[in-house]
Design a protein around this ligand. Structure first.
Ligand code: C5P
Length: 298
């Protein structure tokens, strides 16, 4: 199953919760850059979970979000016992990590969907959503994909008409940004709680009722396309500001960082424009430590 990445077209911090998490409004869209997740079931072997990501990740297997997703699924089923098969999860990673593109969260959502299918839908949509939200702020979104306004810590999801076919160039510097540090610095800058809630009050409706084509729809709300994590991320990692300026030089209609970075994206008018920018950026020595992708919202 394909586990698609996402970009945050906007991300506003609306408040801080007592558990240290932040209340957000974000507009997320899946893009065609994806990992491949497969599960093999071995009834000849006692219950257990293994995760194989090749050499893509240097984290302990039991900290892998795919492992945690499967573990949460079976715990909630109350069936971690000998009647269950051994579960081999294989992930072919294409989405870079520490990018703000949601790779790990998307893989975890894929594991939940595959298990839900294989075991004959033991959970309602609402229950699966609740398991997903224990795994990470972005995981519930990936159960649905497409385009959605996500609120709360990310778990309150309003799906809106998708903005398919937006032409994107994504640039991922080799260095990553630590998400908690980024939020911490954003706290120091402060945010205007009520004002942001007011500005985005009817945002999902505007997106749904607009008759414009996807690209024009996005440009119509360009003044709302702000990522509150961009300023702290630029401070923690100045390369982000440089990358955004370099993408801008290619005539991008809108350039921003996704999530908590460090991947940045530029939005282009047409496929030809995006291809031309891809070729030019791929040969740009200033981006020699970066991975560059031509992608599209889907
Ligand atoms: O949930 P996820 O693993 O993506 O979050 C990573 C970190 O980002 C959290 O540990 C937290 O510090 C921060 N975060 C937050 N508020 C959110 C989402 C994430 O403070 N809504």
């Amino acid at each position: 199953m394909k586990a698609y990445a996402k970009i945050n077209l906007l991300l506003r911090i609306c408040g801080r919760l007592s558990n240290g998490y932040h209340r957000l409004i974000t507009l997320m869209h899946t893009i065609d850059l994806c990992d491949e997740v497969e599960i093999e079931y071995d009834s000849g072997k006692a219950f257990g979970i293994s995760v194989d990501c090749g050499h893509a990740l240097d984290i302990d297997e039991k900290s892998n979000l795919c492992y945690l997703a499967a573990d949460a699924f079976f715990s909630r089923m109350n069936k971690k016992n000998e009647i269950m098969p051994f579960v081999h999860i294989r992930v072919k990673k294409n989405i870079p990590s520490q990018a703000g593109l949601g790779g790990g969260s998307s893989d975890a959502a894929c594991v939940l969907r595959l298990l839900q299918e294989h075991f004959g839908k033991p959970f309602s949509k609402r229950q699966l959503h609740s398991i997903a939200s224990t795994l990470g702020a972005d995981v519930p979104f990936f159960l649905y994909g497409g385009c959605a306004v996500c609120e709360g810590t990310g778990e309150i999801i309003t799906r809106v008409q998708s903005l398919d076919g937006l032409q994107l160039i994504i640039v991922k510097p080799s260095e990553g940004v630590m998400t908690p540090q980024c939020f911490k610095l954003a706290d120091e800058y402060g945010f205007d709680e009520g004002k942001i809630d007011d500005e985005y009050f009817s945002f999902a409706d505007i997106l749904d009722y607009s008759q414009l084509e996807p690209l024009d729809k996005v440009l119509d709300i360009k003044n709302l396309l702000i990522n509150d994590l961009e300023r702290p991320a630029r401070e923690l990692m100045p390369k982000i500001g440089e990358v955004i300026d370099i993408i801008d030089e290619q005539g991008s209609l809108h350039t921003a960082m996704s999530g908590s970075g460090s991947a940045c994206f530029g939005l282009f008018t047409s496929e030809e424009d995006a291809k031309r920018a891809f070729d030019s950026l791929s040969g740009d020595q200033r981006l020699s430590d970066c991975r560059i992708y031509h992608s599209v919202t889907c």
